[in-house]
Ligand binder design. Structure first.
Ligand code: CAA
Length: 388
C-alpha cells in the first residue's frame, strides 16, 4: 500500500507589498531583494485574515472534490497560533462543517510543523488504511519593522489530503532528521512578531541540512543521483540555492548550472512572489514545482527538506504518481497570486501592526475578500464569518 499526498492546494492573502515599494521606503537598492535574497513581493494578510481563514480557503477546493465526512483527522501545523489552548484545527473544523467524528489537533515547531503533521498523517493511514487526513500548514510571517527579517515576511496556507493510494505523491519509508537546541528564530508567548538572529539562522539551516541528509543516507541507503528534484524550506528563494549548493557539496556531486537549477527552480516561483509562509513554505514550493515544471514528472523522485528554527530538520523523499497532472489546482494558485492588490508602505503597516486598544473586543473592517473572514473578537471569543 502506498500512502501520501492525494490532493494539495494552497491559499494566500488578497494583498501584497512589492519589494520595490519596500526598497524605496528603506532607501535600499532593489537588487538586494530581487537578486540578493531573491524576492519580489510579500503577501500581506489584513487584520480580518488569520491562519484559520487562510486554512479554510486552502482546504475548501479539496473538500469540494471528496466526501468531507470521510475526513477522520485535521492536523493543523502553525507557528502563528491564535489561541494557547484551543486548536486552530477546531476553529477550522467548525468553519468547514466537518464530521463530529473527526479528531483535530494543532502542531508546532516553527516552520517544521507541517512536515511533522504529514509524517504523522502517513503513520495514521498506515495503521488504519480507512483514515483520510486533512493536513494543514498555515502561517503569517511577521517580524519587527526595520529588523533584518522584515523583507522576508509573507503568508500562506497549504491543505493536503493524506490517504492510501494517493494520486500525487507517495511518501517513501525512511527519512533523516536532526534536532539541536539553538536560538536562531523564536517568538515568546507575549510577542506577535518573531525574533531572529538572521545570519546565524542561515548557518544553522545549512548545518541541519547536512546533518539530516547524512542521517537520511544512513537510514535509507538512497543516493543523491536517485533523486530527480529537490524542494527546500524557502524563507526567501535564494536560501534554496544556498541549500542545494550545500547539499551537492556534502553529497560529493558536481552539477552543471543547467542541471543544478532544473532540480530546484520550478519550486521557487510562487515563494518569490508570496514571501515566507513558515510551515507552509516547503509545500507551496512543492506546488510551485508541480505547477511550473516544464516536463512530465511522473515517477520522478522528489527530495523534501524541512527546516524549523530552534531547531528541527527532516529530509524525506516521495515519488510522483501516474495521473498527478489531472488533480493539480494550478489555475486556482495562479489566479490568487494575480488577483492580489498592491499596498503602499503605510497600508502595509496598518494591516500588519494595527492599533488595537482592547484585544478581547474588536470589530475588523472588511478587507479580506475570501469566503472566510475573521469578523471580530467579542469577550475574547473569535467570530468567523462565512460568505457564499
Ligand atoms: N545587489 C545584489 N545583491 C546584493 C545587493 C545588491 N545591491 N545588496 C546585498 N546583496 C546580497 C548580499 O551580498 C547577500 O548575499 P549573500 O547571502 O550571498 O551573501 C544578500 O544580498 C543579503 O544581503 P545581507 O546579507 O546584507 O542582508 P541582511 O543581513 O539584511 O539580511 C538575512 C539577510 C539575515 C537572511 C535576513 O533576510 C533575515 O534575517 N531573514 C530572516 C531569517 C531567515 O529567513 N533565515 C533563514 C534561515 S532560518 C529559516 O529558514 C526559518 C525561517 O523561515 C525563518
Amino acid at each position: 500500500m502506498t500512502v501520501g499526498i492525494d490532493l494539495i492546494h494552497f491559499a494566500t492573502a488578497d494583498y501584497y507589498l512589492g519589494l520595490d515599494t519596500f526598497a524605496q521606503e528603506k532607501g535600499t537598492e532593489l537588487e538586494k531583494y530581487t537578486i540578493g535574497i531573491g524576492q519580489e513581493k510579500m503577501s500581506i494578510a489584513p487584520p480580518d485574515e488569520d491562519i484559520v481563514t487562510l486554512a479554510a480557503k486552502a482546504a475548501r477546493p479539496i473538500l469540494d472534490q471528496i466526501n468531507p465526512d470521510a475526513i477522520s483527522s485535521v492536523l493543523f501545523a502553525t507557528e502563528s497560533g491564535v489561541d494557547q489552548s484551543k486548536s486552530a484545527g477546531t476553529y477550522l473544523h467548525g468553519l468547514l462543517g466537518l464530521s463530529p467524528h473527526c479528531r483535530t489537533v494543532e502542531l508546532k515547531h516553527a516552520c517544521y510543523g507541517g512536515t511533522a503533521a504529514l509524517q504523522m498523517a502517513c503513520a495514521l493511514v498506515k495503521a488504519n488504511p480507512k483514515e483520510q487526513i486533512l493536513v494543514i500548514a498555515a502561517d503569517i510571517a511577521k517580524y519587527d519593522v526595520d529588523s533584518s527579517g522584515e523583507a522576508t515576511q509573507g503568508c500562506g496556507a497549504v491543505a493536503m489530503l493524506v490517504k492510501a493510494e494517493p494520486r500525487i505523491l507517495a511518501i517513501e519509508p525512511g527519512s533523516g532528521y536532526y534536532t539541536e537546541d539553538v536560538m536562531d528564530f523564536w517568538r515568546p508567548n507575549h510577542r506577535t512578531t518573531a525574533l531572529v538572529d538572521g545570519k546565524y539562522s542561515t548557518k544553522v539551516y545549512l548545518n541541519s541540512l547536512k546533518q539530516a541528509w547524512q542521517h537520511f543516507v544512513s537510514q535509507t541507503g538512497r543516493r543523491f543521483e536517485q533523486i530527480d528534484a529537490f524542494c527546500y524550506h524557502i524563507p526567501f528563494s535564494r536560501m534554496s540555492e544556498k541549500a542545494h549548493k550545500a547539499l551537492t557539496k556534502v553529497a560529493g556531486m558536481t552539477l552543471d548550472k543547467e542541471r543544478f537549477f532544473a532540480q530546484i527552480q520550478p519550486g521557487q516561483r510562487y515563494n518569490r512572489v508570496l514571501g515566507n509562509s513558515y510551515s507552509a513554505s516547503l509545500f507551496i514550493g512543492f506546488c510551485s514545482f508541480l505547477d511550473n515544471a516544464p516536463g512530465d514528472l511522473t515517477e520522478k523522485r522528489f527530495g523534501l527538506f524541512s527546516y524549523g528554527s530552534g531547531c528541527v530538520a527532516e529530509f524525506l523523499t516521495g515519488v510522483i504518481q501516474h495521473g498527478y497532472q489531472d488533480v493539480l489546482m494550478r489555475q486556482s494558485h495562479q489566479a490568487q497570486i494575480d488577483a492580489r492588490t498592491p499596498l503602499n508602505y503605510q497600508q502595509y503597516l496598518d494591516f500588519y501592526y494595527p492599533t488595537i486598544t482592547d484585544p478581547d473586543n474588536v470589530a475588523f473592517e472588511v478587507h479580506n475578500r475570501g469566503a472566510y473572514r475573521l469578523a471580530g473578537i467579542g469577550h475574547a471569543i473569535r467570530r468567523y464569518q462565512r460568505r457564499a
